[in-house]
Ligand binder design. Structure first.
Ligand SMILES: [Zn+2]
Length: 385
């Protein structure tokens, strides 16, 4: 049985322990110690990382009574291992796990929410509650959680006896067997939990909701606490600062500035479309009427306007009216129309002549063309259905 040092001292990062066994498995070594400060994966939290006498700890799992450290090198059995837990990562995870308890306990107290899912990622954590919450309710939970941080309450872990446990009310995700570890924050939360926690709520730092959405009849929230909340704050502040410079707007007024920009863009789009329509009616007016075909290359990057041009040109020719224009991908696009030829019947011939791909209706087809301009021009002008 491995003694779990993280149960008695969550702030122990450097320790020595005796190596009880070391077994190789596919180039990795499973090492068991008589005691360890490495927290194994469990309860929604990933395993601690770090080193044991210079070898890297890649994974830590609880198997029955023992904690197995999977390492990238061997250690001699019976030797003393020098353990170092990755301090920064563990502290961040403790800030976030303790923050989750404060938040879930507060949600339970205020609105009777049960926590039915918990996962800690790299930089944030996800909580699922079994009932829906309004934005107002979520803000209240967030505020009261941060008030609990401000009160700097103690966080205590105990193993109550069966009788004591029977009398206690506590949050738990499942029926628990064996010794039950209870993590308590007075007046805020009492929850069965195996993870290491910070000593007082003040150590958590900021508790911030980043996102929430409806999820399976309840709500799924994303939170960041402590240093992860600071990291998130920094990223968002940088992003707002950048937008504020780009739009020459005060930082707290960027949303309005973006809205104005979008309105300006929409107005320009409308203006652009109107100009393109005017341009195509001029182009069409310049075109001589002909019994044959029409072939134009136009730098109009607007498909709606080109379609309108083809519609106007169809009235001016006895054959087909073809307009070639630049596509968004830098290639050449075409729209071909006719009042006199069933284009669907000649699509294959037309595409063959212009190195094209495409199709459409009997009176109008469209697609892309890859042949050189001069080849396309002489093919279209000479084309007979
Ligand atoms: Zn927990």
């Amino acid at each position: 049985m491995t003694r779990k040092l993280y149960y008695t001292d969550s702030h122990l990062f450097d320790f020595t322990a005796r190596v009880l066994s070391c077994e190789e498995k596919k180039g990795r070594w499973d090492i068991i110690l008589d005691e360890t400060a490495f927290f194994p994966e469990g309860g929604g939290q990933s395993a601690d990382t770090g080193t044991l006498s210079g070898v890297k700890v890649l994974d830590v799992q609880e198997k029955g009574d023992v904690i197995v450290h999977t390492c990238d090198g061997p250690l001699e059995v019976d030797s003393t291992a020098d353990g170092h837990v990755d301090r920064e990562l563990r502290l961040c995870r403790m800030q976030n796990h303790s923050g989750e308890h404060v938040f879930s306990g507060t949600a339970h107290r205020l609105y009777g929410c049960e926590n039915v899912g918990f996962h800690m990622g790299d930089g944030d954590l996800t909580i699922d509650f079994d009932r829906e919450l309004s934005e107002e309710e979520i803000l209240r939970i967030e505020t009261e959680s941060n008030e609990a941080v401000r009160e700097n309450l103690p966080i205590k872990a105990t193993f109550p006896s069966k009788e004591e446990l029977g009398r206690l009310e506590y949050r738990s995700k499942k029926e628990l067997q064996g010794d039950v570890r209870i993590v308590e924050i007075p007046g805020v939360d009492r929850c069965a939990c195996c993870a290491p926690h910070v000593s007082r709520t003040g150590e958590i730092g900021l508790i911030k909701v980043l996102n929430f959405e409806r999820h399976r009849g309840g709500v799924r929230l994303v939170l960041a606490c402590g240093m992860w909340a600071i990291r998130d704050y920094r990223e968002k502040q940088n992003s707002v600062a950048e937008i504020s410079v780009l739009l020459s707007a005060k930082r707290n007024e960027v949303a309005g500035a973006v809205q104005r920009l979008l309105q300006e863009r929409d107005a320009l789009k409308e203006k652009n479309a109107a100009l393109a329509m005017e341009l195509v009616s001029c182009k069409a007016a310049q075109q001589q009427e002909t019994e044959g075909n029409i072939c134009l290359f136009e730098a109009i990057p607007d498909e709606i306007a080109v379609r309108e041009l083809v519609n106007l040109l169809m009235e001016k020719c006895g054959g087909i009216a073809a307009v070639f224009f630049p596509g968004a991908d830098g290639g050449t696009r075409y729209i071909i129309g006719s009042r006199h030829v069933d284009l669907r019947k000649v699509t294959r011939d037309l595409n063959a002549g212009i190195g094209g791909r495409g199709g459409g209706r009997p009176e109008m087809i469209q697609g892309s063309a890859s042949a050189p301009e001069e080849q396309i021009r002489s093919f279209i002008l000479g084309f007979q259905a």
